[in-house]
Design a protein around this ligand. Sequence first.
Ligand code: PLP
Length: 423
Amino acid sequence: MAIDPIRHETFPVEALRAEFPALQNAQSTVFFDNAAGAQVPGRVLDAVNRHLLEHNVQRGGRYPQSLAVDATITRARAHVAAFLNARRPEEVAFGMNATSFIRTVSLAIGQMLGKRDEIIVTDLDHEANVATWLALQGMGARIRWWRMREDGRLHPDDLRPLLGARTRLVACTLASNALGSVVEVRTVAELAHAAGAELFVDAVHYGPHGPIDVQALGCDYLVCSGYKIFAPHMGFLWGRYAALAALPTFREDFIPDEPPGKIEAGTFIYENVAGMTAAVDYLGALGRRLAGRSCDPEPDGLQKDCHIAMQGIQAYERTLSSALLDMLHARGAVIYGSADASRVNERVPTVCFNLPGRSPAEVVTAAADAGIGIRDGHMYAPRLMQRLGLALETGAVRVSLSHYNTLEEIDRLDAVLERLTAG
Ligand SMILES: Cc1ncc(COP(=O)(O)O)c(C=O)c1O
């Protein structure tokens, strides 16, 4: 597909790169392993530092520093609620990472099974959103598999016959962290709800690539990792208030049985939560920039600004996906999942491939020698690798781009692949 010149050229990628100290410090390094964690803007570093310098204490006290921690958490909840278009900040819970939230919710669901004892999982998902649900078999759950088709996509039509009066929950990803394919979650939510079931969405991989609007998606739970969306290591869970309120979660008796506290076992990392606020502010500022506004957001403007930012990121990244796929085709790579450069609107810029005659490790090592960080292996999606006929020990090569990557960086990877395919 031809690159849309207006979108590509008007995206302020160089100005944005200048906001990421790691990109400036490691000028010659190409960060193409963003699915494993993204770089952070300077304002995120500042927020983390400021927190540790000025109020590194426990929340819930009466002295100023402790009150400041309470305010930091309240602010972060409101920011993440805006990022997701949540109905209320109490629907957002903070914690260590996405996996531990999937575990928390699944253990609670496991205690509520009754006649609705079926959980639907997929073979496209990251193992964190599969094994966690499979573990409920020990609590009486029956597992049904929504299988990916040969095109590397989950088709809602294949979900329909799996749903019924026994379905308790569908657990699926918003985008594959290996193939990059996006799932039509809105349709999945409609189908699940029509059957009286709930929908748990893993938005970890999709998070940095496009707008998330939990109200428009219509899901019941959604999990994300801060470190994939330009914040430090932390995770958050969003849930429909009534759904969260109904979950039997573990909590000490003195913690009220209401969201979000009932989902947040123990102390989480406050400095990283402060960084999460700054990451959302970075996106808000990008949205205003793309919309041609420079002023501070109106009180309810942050949600709109984040949405514009993520739409801009999505449009720019589609040009990167298209260029990456064209380059891989030209080098004779075997691309897994959708390899069609004219259908980049159905994917995020994450591509798994292999080069005939070269092991994934060889390709990744050659890239590393040229200062390019990419990854080989099973991408924590072992069932998917099996579906693709790939050995778990070797798997595939994954290139995962972010909005701060450029066409020139894709050219640098091309030069590595050219050498490997020529020799
Ligand atoms: C799609 C997907 N789901 C879940 C996870 C696990 O996230 P976390 O490291 O926050 O537990 C990852 C991590 O890479 C992921 O890509």
